[in-house]
Design a protein around this ligand. Structure first.
Ligand code: G4P
Length: 534
């Protein structure tokens, strides 16, 4: 049979049009504000204030329905698609609350690049460092936006040094601030060779831009006070001397981060960021399965589930699974092969996400996210194909930070508890470990909030009543060994501390850092891993 060239062509064009990314930041750096401004540029929303923060506000909640409502917002903002300059941009939202960090890590598996927002007053913060570690695991390209220039922030060179040092990535400034805080005059855009003069405005879409021809252009002297031009010339000379010119390949390999300066709330420096981003950010990239590398323009559809969201109505336990299309064309109503269950499924109800609207779609292309209605068959990490076996790699679980034992308070509801726990774990709310010894069940989470969410949802959706008993566990370490006899020896010796995760992988529950170190010294033939994929 002759290959269908015209269909191929459209698939390739659709792929080249797409940019799928996430905006990540330490809470309060300006992620929501920047998202909103990007949507304004794309015309996807008309007014500022339309994007709701997905921050889960624990301090002011009166009851759990509030949290549920806030979770509702996070469904609405899970994916925001818009068109800009003939491109289809997909922004994947990540939870604002640190307790949901694991959800963010998984979302990062579904993007091709990220924009990292850094507050110019606070610099690199704790969560920024953790997020960067996750980006580094896959060499995800990172573009930085240093935000809040309208505040008296830290020196620009100092901020760049801090990014290089704390985030362990080379930087290349693409724009340069002219003053900061009260003395902010504008930014000099080295990428486009123009000057963007600052005028505070929360509603303006376009800023005053003066085209200039290099740093010696007299137009600079006409537009700015003498002292500001002098400092700018000195600093730009220094920048050109210290930092290599941007190498797009290096950026795409995650080795260098281009940096823009601006003020998201004043819509200042945002267009420059977006215009550079769409030029240099990768379109959908190839991805690895257990068997091979799959490139996006392969004719056959494939994709994976990276997020599952439960229905908020407890009477209807259906859920939305978010699938990232990796290759080929997704078509609604088609049968797709579910690799883990070795079964065909038909997805007649699929949605796409444009701005904050969900709409039924008939087809989707690599880089797109489709929402699939599911009644409990799909799990995070599941792969869908047109028949090929081999799961997509790269959705690891990380060792949780907090561990509590599940105590069943209603023996009559053991079955419901079992089912509820498994379904909540499939959604990725937390991780479940079952001790080999005594079959005790332990839930591990990143933050304290999830225990309350689980307790509430088990009661509300499954009718099971539980209590959580704190345990003294430092880390869950996935263990492996080349020599099976060494592993057997280890398990025999540490029986009380051995558990299995949801996929029956062996896990060593270490009680303290010092003790783990000692065990590592005593059993050097065992490999200890802090993520489930190694
Ligand atoms: P997040 O999603 O990263 O957590 O941050 P978000 O956008 O919600 O921004 C956090 C706070 O920082 C907000 O103020 C927001 O207005 C402010 N902000 C964002 N960009 C800038 C900027 O360029 N300059 C200044 N000065 N502030 C900025 P808030 O008081 O928490 O909320 P709001 O009442 O202003 O909405």
């Amino acid at each position: 049979m002759r290959p269908d060239n015209s269909a191929r062509m459209t698939l390739e064009q659709e792929i080249q049009k797409r940019r799928t990314f996430a905006i990540i930041a330490h809470p309060d750096a300006g992620k929501t504000t920047l998202t909103e401004k990007l949507l304004l540029f794309g015309g996807a929303i008309q007014t500022a204030g339309a994007v709701k923060s997905n921050k889960i506000d624990v301090s002011t909640r009166s009851d759990w329905m509030d949290i549920e409502k806030q979770r509702g917002i996070s469904v609405a903002t899970s994916v925001m698609g818009f068109n800009y300059n003939d491109l289809k941009i997909n922004i994947l939202d990540t939870p604002g609350h640190q307790d949901f960090a694991e959800d963010t890590y998984r979302t990062l598996t579904a993007v091709d690049s990220v924009i990292m927002v850094i507050d110019c007053v606070k610099g690199v913060e704790g969560q920024t460092e953790k997020l960067m570690e996750v980006c580094r695991m896959r060499n995800t390209p990172v573009l930085c936006f240093i935000n809040k220039l309208d505040r008296e922030g830290r020196d620009a060179f100092e901020l760049l040094d801090e990014i290089e040092e704390k985030l362990d990535i080379k930087v290349r400034p693409m724009s340069w601030p002219i003053g900061m805080g009260k003395s902010l005059r504008g930014v000099y855009n080295m990428y486009e060779n123009n000057l963007n003069l600052y005028e505070p405005s929360k509603t303006k879409k376009v800023t005053d831009v003066v085209e200039i021809n290099g740093i010696d252009d007299p137009k600079l002297d006409e537009s700015l006070p003498e002292s500001a031009v002098e400092t700018l010339r000195e600093e730009v000379e220094l920048v050109e001397g210290v930092y290599d010119p941007l190498n797009v390949e290096e950026y795409q390999a995650g080795k260098v981060a281009p940096v823009f300066f601006g003020s998201a709330v004043n819509n200042f420096g945002v267009r420059e960021l977006l215009d550079c981003f769409i030029n240099i950010a990768p379109s959908p990239i190839p991805r690895e399965t257990e068997l091979r590398t799959i490139v996006p323009n392969e004719e056959k559809f494939s994709g994976f589930i990276f997020k599952i969201h439960a229905n908020m109505d407890p009477k209807h336990r259906n859920r939305i699974a978010f699938a990232r299309v990796c290759s080929g064309k997704f078509q609604r109503g088609s049968n797709y092969y579910h690799v883990r269950q070795n079964k065909q499924f038909r997805f007649s109800n699929a949605t796409a996400f444009m701005a904050q609207q969900k709409e039924t779609i008939d087809e989707a292309f690599p880089g797109d996210i489709v929402g699939l209605y599911d009644t409990g068959n799909l799990k995070i990490g599941d792969t869908l194909t047109q028949g090929e076996k081999g799961n997509y790699k790269g959705i690891p679980s990380f060792s949780p930070e907090q561990f509590k034992e599940v105590i069943n308070l209603d023996a009559m509801k053991s079955k419901q508890l079992e089912k509820g726990l498994h379904q909540l774990m499939d959604e990725g709310v937390a991780q479940l470990f079952t001790y080999e010894f005594g079959q005790r069940k332990v839930v591990g989470t990143v933050g304290a909030l999830q225990f309350e969410v689980i307790q509430y949802r088990l009661k509300n959706e499954y009718g099971a009543t539980v209590q959580f008993q704190p345990l003294n566990i430092y880390k869950a370490c996935w263990i492996s060994a080349e020599d099976d006899t060494k592993m057997t020896e280890f398990i025999d010796s540490k029986q009380r501390y051995i558990a299995k995760d949801k996929d029956d992988k062996l896990v060593f529950m270490a009680e303290s850092k010092a003790w783990l170190q000692m065990v590592q010294d005593n059993f050097p033939d065992i490999q200890y891993h802090f993520t489930s994929e190694f």
